[in-house]
Design a protein around this ligand. Structure first.
Ligand code: ADP
Length: 195
């Protein structure tokens, strides 16, 4: 599902590599946790997977796509295979829970009917049934992260990437989020999370 072969990333000329000849092999349906201190290169690794950054050297293959062959016009296709969740949620503040999740489908060109059919199922999956009409500021941190996870998985990506998803949460809410990610993993999504 994911292959990194001696991947090196150097941001500035002469600076120390953020990643130095990293090898990684993730099988479909694995749940992988990447642990490291601040500055260890965790976010860099995830940004290479989502193609926000390009490696200085080394090979990356994700879901059968060799990044050396990847043209810019194919990046949207790649991003459809990969859902992303961030530490700071990145929700739209003026949209409700339902609308935040629906937005991911709107930009993918889904019809209203498909959206009305799909979004409630995903909101139910993440345990937010009954909160559809709430706005992000009316939710706890843990609930906001659930919305972000619903938005990330609503298009059924093969891979879910979560960059320190529990970084802003207390231990109880952190465990709830990890359990939710485990549930999504059991349904057949490869999960990569950093902490
Ligand atoms: P982590 O996520 O483990 O905290 P990062 O991947 O964010 O680590 O950072 C790894 C190293 O790369 C750090 O030394 C950081 O300063 C550097 N770095 C990260 N992003 C950039 C960037 N856009 N430009 C220059 N240096 C960067």
């Amino acid at each position: 599902m994911i292959l990194l072969d001696r991947v090196t990333k150097v941001y500035g000329k002469g600076s120390k590599p953020a990643l130095d000849r990293v090898n990684l092999h993730v099988e479909p349906n694995e749940f992988v946790i990447i642990v490291g201190t601040s500055g260890a290169g965790k976010s860099t690794l995830l940004k290479l997977l989502t193609r926000e950054e390009k490696p200085t050297s080394g090979k990356i293959v994700v879901g059968g796509i060799d990044y050396d062959q990847l043209k810019d016009k194919h990046i949207p296709l790649l991003r459809r295979k990969i859902g992303v969740v961030f530490q700071d949620f990145k929700l739209l503040p003026n949209r409700t829970v339902f609308e935040n999740v629906a937005f991911a489908l709107e930009i993918a060109g889904m019809t209203n009917r498909e959206i009305k059919n799909t979004v409630p199922k995903v909101i139910d999956l993440v345990g937010l049934k009954g909160k559809e009409k709430q706005f992000p500021h009316q939710l706890s941190g843990g609930e906001r992260q659930r919305v972000a996870i619903a938005r990330a998985v609503v298009r059924q990506p093969k891979i879910l990437i979560a960059d320190e998803p529990t970084g802003n949460l207390d231990p109880k809410h952190s465990w709830d989020i990890v359990r939710l990610l485990e549930k999504i993993n059991r349904y057949g999504t490869t999960v990569i999370l950093t902490t």
